[in-house]
Design a protein around this ligand. Structure first.
Ligand SMILES: [Fe+2]
Ligand SMILES: [Fe+2]
Length: 352
């Protein structure tokens, strides 16, 4: 199969230009113009983002010609509409999926995922609590689970919403747990390590990412990753003949169930152990920091010197994105560069 030339990436599209490129169809809708005649609204996706596109003429015929998830080669003009760039499509043709490089169409973790997986394997081996170690080892003996765990995103949007996002999130949490138990040595490290690895494992079935865009599965919407995660754990416990609700297994399951911290965020129980409380805070921190760093990238790339994010409805605020220049941060010109402090535990910035 001949390789398909990707053409332009969405992030490089500039208003006023004529572009050609291959994109994945994220959504398509038959809409109505003011005079009642139809036009086609399409959301196009690639690894750099998404963009709205319009086909003004012959909408019904084009509507039938392709479906969500198809790859299409597009010839279009980039125009500005409501302060956003939109594509006015002049011509398109379908492109066979086998010829495209999928990494051009789905964003991928910036981390070294092999290193991150090694970290997970090492962490499992170092667990002293036999029940937890056997449980984790058994779950990842399933090659289907292991493969999905290594490539799953951690979310559809918001945080770590890219290939390998789940593994990156888990590896970050393992690093954070290391730091926290060093300071608060009474905390049970084994539980926190097991929770880091398993708390979001249900996402391997909650989300689909084989073709763009990342989306929820039916099972994911109807059950949610917390329930699916508990199911995966219970099945493994059944296979190895461990009691499902005693000792460290019981408190691990409590963390999986409570890690969202509040009932309105999907946790059926509130964190009720010290480790559950700590774990919720670490999970929340890693998710939020990942989201905020993404915000910075988007806005910096769009407009040089941009100081404020778009309004973030989830957080009910704008975020101030200060510049990197030395004057702003009170450093005198010519002063020696700050050296980033070495992490006290190796590995925290290992795979950035
Ligand atoms: Fe979660
Ligand atoms: Fe999480």
């Amino acid at each position: 199969m001949e390789k398909v030339d990707k053409g332009i990436f969405i992030k490089d599209i500039v208003s006023g230009e004529r572009i050609t490129g291959v994109f994945c169809v994220g959504a398509k809708n038959l809409l109505k113009k003011r005079d009642g005649s139809p036009f086609l609204g399409i959301t196009l996706v690639d690894s750099s983002g998404q963009i709205e596109a319009r086909i003004w003429d012959d909408a019904e015929r084009h509507f039938e010609a392709f479906k969500k998830g198809d790859f299409i080669s597009v010839d279009a003009e980039a125009v500005e509409f409501n302060q956003k760039i939109q594509l006015k499509i002049n011509g398109l043709r379908q492109v066979p999926g086998e010829g495209v490089d999928i990494s051009h169409f789905l964003p991928t973790s910036p981390c070294d995922l092999d290193k991150a997986w090694n970290k997970v394997e090492r962490a499992i081996k170092e667990i002293k609590d036999a029940s937890l170690r056997v449980l984790l080892t058994n779950i990842f003996k399933d090659t289907g689970i292991k493969k999905a765990f290594k490539s799953a995103p951690a979310a559809k949007r918001l945080h770590h919403a890219y290939i390998g996002g789940l593994l990156e999130h888990v590896a970050n949490l393992l690093d954070l747990v290391k730091l926290v138990v060093k300071k608060y040595s009474h905390l049970k490290k084994d539980i926190l390590v097991a929770a880091s690895i398993l708390h979001d494992i249900g996402k391997i079935r909650e989300l689909s990412w084989k073709t763009p865009p990342i989306d929820y599965t039916d099972e994911g919407r109807l059950l949610g990753h917390i329930n699916i995660g508990i199911e995966i754990v219970d099945r493994a416990l059944g296979e190895i003949g461990l009691n499902q609700n005693t000792g460290s297994i019981l408190v691990l399951k409590h963390i999986i169930l409570s890690h969202h911290g509040q009932r309105e965020y999907g946790s059926p129980v509130l964190p009720m152990t010290e480790e559950a409380m700590v774990f919720h805070l670490l999970d929340d921190m890693d998710a939020k920091l990942n989201f905020l760093s993404g915000l910075k990238d988007v806005n910096r790339e769009n407009e040089e010197g941009y100081r404020w994010s778009d309004y973030q409805r989830l957080f009910e605020r704008y975020f101030y994105l200060p510049p990197e220049d030395r004057e702003f941060w009170g450093k005198e010109k010519g002063a020696s560069e700050d050296k980033r402090e070495e992490p006290s535990q190796p590995g925290l910035w290992d795979f950035k």
